[in-house]
Each structure stands twice: as C-alpha cells, then as structure tokens.
Design a protein around this ligand. Structure first.
Ligand code: NAP
Length: 243
C-alpha cells in the first residue's frame, strides 16, 4: 500500500532502527520528518532518501517538552498533520546492573525511553483524534516483556513502561480509529550495542537482526488497511531464545 500524502515522524531517525524506518516510509511515498539530538546523522539519512517520498531533518530531544512542541509545530507547518508516529528514540548505558547503575542514569533512561514516547504521543494524539485516524508505533523491546539481565535494570523498567503506555493508549483510542502498535525487537545490529558492558563481536552482529528487519515489521503495521490493527509484534533473531 502506498503512503503517498501521509506524514510520518520517526524519533531517533538518524541511526539504526529509526533510520531504517524513515527510509522504508519514504520509499513507500510518505513525507517523513526525522528527529534526534544530533543533526549530522539526521541529515545523512535525509540525503539517502530513496523517494518517491521525502525525508526532512530537525533536532529533537524527546525528553524535553519544549523541544517536542517546537519539533511537531515545525512538522505541521512544513508537512501537515502527523498520520504516523514511530517512537524509536532510545538509550542504554554500560553500567546497567542494580549494583552499578548510577541514579542519574535511571532518571535519564526513564525520561528518554518512557517519558519521551509519552511526550510525542501526547503531542500527536489530539490531531489524530480530530481526524479519526492515525498510527503510532512504539519500538519497545523484548526487554519490555521479559526483564532479563541483558538490558539492565533501568532499560527494562523504561521498556516495560513503554509497553504499558502503548497497550493502554491502544485500548483507549481504538474506538477513535487510532492504532497503537508495540513492537518488541530482540537483538538488532545498531549503534546502541556499543553501550553493552562487553563488546559485541562482528560474528554475533552478523547473526542478529538488521535494522531493516524491524523496519519491515513497522511497515506491516502502518500499511495494513485502517480496519486492521497489529497490536503487538515480537521480532527476534532466529538464534535468540525467547521463552
Ligand atoms: N538494537 C537493539 O538490539 C534493540 C532491541 C530492541 C529495542 N531497541 C530499541 O530500538 C530503538 C532504536 O534503537 P537502535 O537500536 O536503533 O539504536 P540507535 O542507533 O542508538 O538509535 C537510537 C536513536 O535514538 C536517538 N535518541 C537518543 N536519545 C534521544 C533523545 N533524548 N531525543 C531524541 N532522540 C534520541 C539517537 O540519536 P541522538 O543520539 O542523536 O539523539 C539515536 O538515533 C531504541 O528505543 C532501542 O531501545 C533496540
């Protein structure tokens, strides 16, 4: 299905999963705005835009409500009302066990991964309600369903919060015609792996998911007809155990 005439926002759209989503959305014809804290990677993604859609870059800090307001006002001025929001902004830290985690890192991870997604959803939902349509995709994580040691204490908590946020709003907005999809990726070969406490080998990176695999799942959720809602989707490397 073509996304021509649709406006999409991808947070964290300069790298990894967000960048792959932005490129796939533009390839399907959407007018895409990518936001992140560093302008450089966002502009690189915009320069790689495959068409027929477009990609527009602007800085955004999802944890800062003023920044979120400025970003979405710019999107509305430049492109129009948001039809699709992909919440892909997220961070982790190397020192992630309860023993090692710094209290300020707990705060930061919750502010970016959980409250950041809330801030962006809160900003786009009134417009979606008034038009009785819209799709929001939250890139949660398997760590948002299973609190294992890989993600760490604060990351797991932030992703459980994101999971609950998505499911709650999906239930509240179903009658309004708004779809909220939670996607739970397993390991994906992206820059966030550089935050792992132990380096990830090239061999391991080759075996796990690539960003475009997750983008394909996002595209399923956003291109199905409005009557069809992908509520939750787990996507993991074949080699990763999920029990
Ligand atoms: N890779 C995996 O194994 C995996 C698995 C499951 C879920 N995920 C989730 O997938 C999402 C995308 O991560 P990724 O794996 O693609 O890693 P990534 O390449 O590091 O992407 C994260 C992006 O978020 C942006 N970001 C961070 N803080 C931000 C903020 N305050 N405001 C706006 N943007 C911010 C970063 O750009 P700036 O630094 O320029 O802001 C970056 O582009 C994350 O939510 C992550 O938790 C990843």
């Amino acid at each position: 299905m073509s996304l021509a005439n649709q406006v999409a926002v991808v947070t964290g759209g300069g790298t990894g999963i967000g960048a792959a989503c932005a490129l796939a959305l533009a390839e399907a014809g959407a007018q895409v705005a990518v936001g992140g804290r560093r302008l450089g990677p966002l502009e690189e993604v915009a320069a790689r835009c495959p068409g027929p859609g477009t990609i527009h870059a602007r800085t955004l800090d999802v944890a800062c409500r003023e920044s979120v307001e400025a970003f979405f006002s710019w999107v509305e001025r430049e492109l129009g009302q948001v039809d699709i929001l992909v919440n892909a902004a997220g961070v982790n830290v190397p020192r992630r066990s309860m023993q090692e985690l710094a209290p300020q890192d707990w705060d930061r991870l919750l502010q970016i991964n959980a409250t950041g997604a809330y801030n962006c959803m809160h900003r786009v939902l009134p417009g979606m309600r008034s038009r009785a349509r819209g799709t929001i995709v939250n890139i949660s994580s398997i760590a948002g369903k299973r609190a294992g040691p890989l993600g760490g204490v604060a990351y797991n908590a932030s992703k459980f919060a994101m999971t609950a946020l998505g499911l709650s709003v999906a239930a509240e907005e179903a009658e309004a015609g708004i779809r909220v999809t939670n996607i739970y990726p397993g390991e994906v070969d992206t820059p966030i792996l550089e935050q792992r406490p132990r380096p990830v080998s090239q061999e391991h990176r080759r075996r796990i998911l690539q960003p475009e695999d997750v983008a394909a799942a996002v595209m399923l959720a956003v291109t199905l007809p409005p009557r069809a809602h992908v509520a939750e989707l787990v996507i993991k490397p074949t080699s990763q155990v999920y029990v």
